[in-house]
Design a protein around this ligand. Sequence first.
Ligand code: ADP
Ligand code: 5GP
Length: 212
Amino acid sequence: MGPLQWTVPDRGALFVVSGASGTGKSTLLKHVFAKLPGLEFSVSATTRAPRPGEQDGREYHFVKREAFLKLRAEGSLLENAEVYGNFYGTPRAPVVEALEAGRSIVLDIDTQGAAQVKVSMPEAVRIFILPPSLDVIRERLVARAADAPEVIARRVADAKVQLAGCGSYDYLVVNDDLPTSILALQSIFMAELLRRERRQSWVRSFGGEAVG
Ligand code: ADP
Ligand code: 5GP
């Protein structure tokens, strides 16, 4: 077994990560991805315009509203939601294929989408990233300098709605001290990837009986 090859289980894990925008989700996930090979982001479809530096097919599949509605109507989306007036959705087929091939997938989606995933794929592990406080979200969005002031105001207002949904998640991580939060998130991923249910091949290889 090569270094960290154990991060590839028999069947991949589906991780859902939510949190109000500006909490530090992208920052945390970037660090955890660098530590744990075998994790992949699902690339969502969205009707929002690309931001500078974003590439079609990398951050998102940028699609027209009609194309999005067609994907949704034909059942090709695992979940979908309207956020800040734009549609976002997770293409179903790539997620199902990846899990079957033992690759683990991370969905960075809002609380509306996470609730749908819980229904359609109950085995999903749902993690909510909390800010130390609501004020910190505003400070981080201003410091990130990616959005106009009115967009920041809207994101802060929406943050309250998102945060109110944290009670239905499996794990909560408060992103206060960055290194501690990276360790916390990484620990959740590692523990979930080592669950016995995902390791029946190890059980069998040592002559054990794979239960469940
Ligand atoms: P999100 O993906 O949740 O919208 P980002 O990862 O873009 O948030 O983080 C928003 C801003 O906060 C960025 O400028 C990032 O560098 C900063 N940030 C992230 N985590 C922390 C932390 N633990 N302490 C201080 N600043 C942070
Ligand atoms: P942004 O426009 O900043 O990239 O994303 C805005 C919000 O949309 C974030 O809260 C993000 O989690 C959410 N989002 C991105 N992709 C999806 C998706 O496929 N489905 C759902 N439900 N939310 C998404």
